[in-house]
Ligand binder design. Structure first.
Ligand code: ADP
Length: 202
């Protein structure tokens, strides 16, 4: 049976993880590439020795994990360093993504949760549909400052490094609007779309 592959994306704070969770409840197998990346760079993770060799032990913290704040600063200053980190991580993330997607049962849709799907360019060919979760930048800032320690200007900086809203929307096969809607309204949108894409699923 053919299997639907969906690439799910959205800017920071758009509600992408919330939508991924809802799709999981509707029966999709969700592969969270950000979680894979975090596991690869957790204390003693499979990417740690390569990062230390390439960037120096200064980028590994006392717990043996990637020093994310330090690396974030470096890749913000130096695009070449960002490229080097991506070259190192992408094959590892790709291999683990494939391994997890293969766990889908017959006919079960797979949702690839990819924060930088539009930016990376390589995902389009790997999925049947691109689903974008959309909201205004003001809502993004409001949500992220509420859930994290980041200041508004730090969130704005992250937003400015991600694909622009029009570029992300242009890449979408479908858009979930998550501005000024309750979680219940969001759930109804997600269920409606899923019913359209997977009409005969149990
Ligand atoms: P992302 O994965 O895109 O960064 P999340 O799904 O983690 O975003 O959502 C960011 C925060 O906003 C979470 O705390 C989430 O519960 C909340 N949130 C998202 N959408 C809504 C909504 N429609 N109503 C209320 N809270 C929401």
């Amino acid at each position: 049976m053919s299997r639907l592959r969906v690439g799910l994306t959205g800017g920071i704070g758009s509600g992408k993880s919330t939508v991924a969770h809802m799709l999981g409840e509707l029966g999709a197998l969700v592969v969270d590439t950000d979680a894979i990346s975090r596991q690869l760079t957790a204390p003693g993770g499979p990417a740690i020795s390569a990062i230390s060799a390439s960037f120096g032990a200064d980028y590994i913290d006392a717990s043996g994990a990637l020093d994310r704040a330090r690396m974030r600063e470096l890749v913000f200053r130096e695009p070449a360093a960002r490229h080097r980190l991506e070259q190192l991580l992408h094959p590892l993330i790709g291999a683990e993504t494939v391994r997890r997607a293969a766990l889908a049962t017959s006919g079960q849709a797979v949702v690839f949760d990819v924060p930088l799907l539009v930016e990376s360019g390589r995902w389009r060919a790997l999925v049947d549909r691109v689903l974008v979760v959309d909201c205004s930048a003001a809502t993004q800032v409001e949500r992220v400052t509420r859930r994290s320690q980041l200041a508004p200007d730090e969130v704005e900086r992250i937003i400015s490094q991600q694909a622009s809203r029009p570029r992300r929307l242009a890449a979408a096969d479908a858009v979930i609007c998550n501005d000024g809607v309750s979680l219940e309204q969001l759930r109804a949108q997600v269920a409606g779309l899923w019913n359209f894409w997977q009409p005969s699923r149990p």
